[in-house]
Design a protein around this ligand. Structure first.
Ligand SMILES: O=c1ccn([C@@H]2O[C@H](COP(=O)(O)OP(=O)(O)O[C@H]3O[C@H](CO)[C@@H](O)[C@H](O)[C@H]3O)[C@@H](O)[C@H]2O)c(=O)[nH]1
Length: 380
């Protein structure tokens, strides 16, 4: 409850999906740094927070706090449920299910340790404070042994560390502007046949590439929207011998890569993207031209704008069976990285990068006005 000259405390409720959390995290940083607001993220979820969510939230200044709402059980929804319904239910429902801690048997909330029971109590805040700091440690010694707590030790080993640095190191060794980054956002998945065509197309193109691969889903194209992680090892679905044949020239990473850092790396020269809006903006900010491959949501509209209006992207065509074939992928990848058409979109992207830098370096008038209104708001 802000007094006229005390800083506003803003609660941000991002709807599910990394593509919604990431821009709000950027907004939160601006509100803290430029307008002295304090921020609490209130995050809905259908399970335990994903690695990617934890990594974004963990990278924020300590003045930005986050609390996770109890996970919602969505298992009784019909199979053909649309993502908009799932998102709405995740934001609206109260959870009565046992808490799912990674690697552990689901446990009734009442059985959790005492300080977790009363959110108003200081002990609860200290519990959150200390547990969040565990991830800062290089390692953790635990007074137990694996056979006693198999599940939880596996879950614990999956907590994110310096993951992602592998691909940045690999990029360091590649020539300037030579690598095509291939990624379908936080939720995008392809069918098995399409994965095969994409892999063989990248191979045929003879371009360098960094591909964030997920296991296939033949039914929907946004199968990892909520969880990011593939359910099965994506490498099991690549064509036989593909990794060996492209070794050195291509790198495949499972499920997630540090995308903004990849896009701003000097070796990255193109981005094959599903056209999520954040991916689009991140590419613009880094001046990286695009190959557009829209999958769901409003991505076709973004692809249209990028190819037809501002003309910073090339678009491969699907064949009669709905698949984008390997030859088409190879041609478009070569076209972007080496062709005349690629040169044209690259130059336009360079101009846009400069325009984006101008916007980022100036004070945002509308945000200042909003912060001023929040600050002066009279609360009942
Ligand atoms: O391996 C990865 C994959 C993604 N990201 C990040 O995740 C975000 C993905 O956002 P976005 O490109 O917008 O894709 P979605 O997560 O699919 O976003 C949803 O929300 C967007 C609006 O916020 C819409 O434009 C999209 O269509 C919708 O799918 C970006 O910041 C990426 O940098 C990574 O860091 N590493």
């Amino acid at each position: 409850m802000a007094q006229p000259d005390s800083p506003a405390h803003v609660a941000i409720l991002p709807s599910p999906g990394m593509g919604h959390l990431i821009p709000l995290a950027e907004l939160a940083k601006r509100l803290v740094h430029q307008h002295n607001c304090s921020i609490t993220f209130v995050i809905p979820t259908d399970g335990s927070p994903s690695k990617a969510q934890r990594s974004v939230l963990g990278s924020l200044p300590t003045t930005i706090r986050s609390v996770f709402l109890p996970p919602v059980n969505l298992s009784d929804l019909p199979e053909d449920v649309k993502i908009e319904t799932t998102i709405s239910l995740t934001v609206a429902r109260e959870m009565k299910e046992p808490v799912k801690i990674p690697g552990c048997l689901p446990i009734d909330g009442g059985e959790l340790l005492d300080p977790a029971q009363d959110r108003k109590n200081d002990a609860y805040k200290w519990l959150l404070y200390h547990t969040k700091r565990y991830r800062l440690a290089e390692g953790v010694m635990v007074n137990s042994f694996t056979d006693l707590e198999k599940g939880s030790s596996t879950g614990f080993a999956r907590v994110p560390g310096v993951e992602g640095s592998e691909c940045l190191k690999w990029l360091d060794d590649q020539p300037h502007g030579s690598v095509l980054f291939v990624s379908f956002g936080s939720g995008g998945t392809l069918s098995l046949d399409q994965i095969t065509e994409l892999a063989l197309g990248l191979e045929m193109s003879e371009q360098r590439f960094l591909w964030v691969a997920r296991s296939p889903n033949d039914a929907v194209s946004n199968a990892t929207f909520f969880s990011v992680d593939s359910h099965e090892d994506p490498f099991n679905f690549l064509p036989k011998g593909f990794l060996e044949r492209t070794k050195g020239r291509g790198l495949v990473v499972p499920s997630w890569a540090p995308q903004p850092q990849v896009l701003s790396h000097g070796s990255t020269g193109g981005f094959l993207t599903h056209c999520g809006w954040n991916s689009t903006l991140e590419s613009v900010v880094s001046g990286v031209p695009l190959i557009v491959w829209p999958l769901y949501a409003e991505q076709k509209m973004n692809a249209w704008m990028l190819t037809q209006d501002i003309k910073v992207a090339l678009r491969p065509k699907a064949s009669g069976n709905g698949l984008i074939g390997r030859e088409e992928i190879a041609n478009v990848a070569r076209g972007l990285m080496e062709g005349e058409e690629g040169k044209r979109v690259r130059n336009r992207m360079k101009d846009l990068k400069e325009a984006a830098a101008r916007v980022l370096s100036t004070e945002d008038g509308s945000l200042s006005e909003l912060a001023r209104r929040w600050k002066n708001q009279k609360w009942n």
